[in-house]
Design a protein around this ligand. Structure first.
Ligand code: NCD
Length: 307
């Protein structure tokens, strides 16, 4: 049962629960009209303490398409947060107006902490460089849609694997499927943090490979997950400038890749993928954006228990 639960970490959902969300997502995609009023009378609060386009609009569009309503802020400066209100009090307050809350926060762990005080379900919409479990729902649903399986896959994650919360969430979630091999492609400075390698990959015996050059491994990948270098998490502008163009995917680099490679990106892209790639049949990142809304619709239904 998902009713009343929080979603803070991509491992909060079991493989079975994920499947139930994905099955509902497919039903919504096939019969959207049947779900147009299912959240009538319900309110989603979107509290975004960090910038967002996709995630915030995607949550809001999801609730509106379910017949619910939305309230919230995208600038904490325009709320009582600017007067010094703490997160528990903000959540206790918004939780009396809204039935469910999507929370994005620059501090890692803020949603877990906030959930202890919230009277309604909290969905982590991204906390610092830590986790982004609803992006992971969109990522995995897209992989399933394209590859028709979640096991026996070689998945390349490329770019900022140190600060990228979508990467951390996806790695954690994918370790539960059989025979998933991870190829971690990043500059030395942006490698997956040691604690994730030890606690998530090595402890479960997940096969992984770390490389610096995309060209060396592109031909073995079933999925290529590109990411942006996370400018806002750098302490030093010079380091960002030095690393930001480490990987630029273009049609030339794709030549040796498999015919049925699936290229994903959580977006926003800066320049990691040239626009010429958008028309390649292996580019699925805009489908992934659309799926993000549908999986959030399914998630909201499940957490509110209105299905
Ligand atoms: C991601 C995020 O916010 O972590 N964006 C998103 O939610 N789609 C990725 C990013 O900002 O690079």
């Amino acid at each position: 049962m998902l009713k009343g639960r929080h979603l803070i970490d991509s491992q909060d959902l079991t493989v079975r629960e994920l499947k139930s969300i994905f099955d509902l997502t497919t039903e919504i995609i096939n019969r959207p009209k049947d779900f147009s009023y299912i959240c009538d009378g319900k309110i989603l609060g979107t509290l975004f303490y960090e910038p967002s386009t996709r995630t915030k609009f995607s949550f809001e569009a999801a609730m509106l398409r379910l017949g619910g309503k939305i309230l919230g802020f995208s600038e904490p400066g325009s709320s009582s947060v600017s007067k010094g209100e703490n997160l528990p009090d903000t959540l206790r307050t918004v939780g009396t107006y809204a039935d469910i809350i999507a929370l994005r926060h620059p501090k890692e762990g803020a949603p877990r902490y906030g959930a202890m005080y919230s009277p309604v379900p909290i969905i982590n919409a991204g906390d610092g460089g830590h986790q982004h479990p609803t992006q992971t729902l969109a990522d995995i649903y897209t992989i399933l849609q394209v590859k028709e399986r979640l096991d026996n896959l070689t998945i390349g994650l490329c770019g900022d694997l140190k600060f990228g919360r979508t990467v951390h969430s996806l790695i954690k979630a994918m370790t539960r499927y059989d025979n998933v091999k991870l190829v971690l492609i990043s500059p030395k400075e942006l490698k997956v943090p040691e604690n994730i390698k030890i606690e998530v990959l090595e402890s479960k015996g997940i096969e992984y490979l770390e490389v610096e050059k995309l060209e060396d491994v592109i031909d073995i990948l079933d999925v290529l997950y590109m990411t942006r270098v996370q400018k806002e998490r750098f302490f030093n502008e010079a380091d960002y400038i030095r690393l930001k163009d480490s990987y630029i995917l273009d049609l030339k680099k794709l030549e040796p890749a498999k015919e049925d490679l699936a290229i994903l990106h959580p977006l926003p892209r800066v320049n990691e993928i040239k626009m010429e790639v958008d028309d390649d049949k292996r580019a699925y990142y805009f489908q992934q954006v659309k799926n993000g809304m549908y999986v959030r619709m399914a998630l909201i239904i499940k957490l509110l228990g209105v299905d």
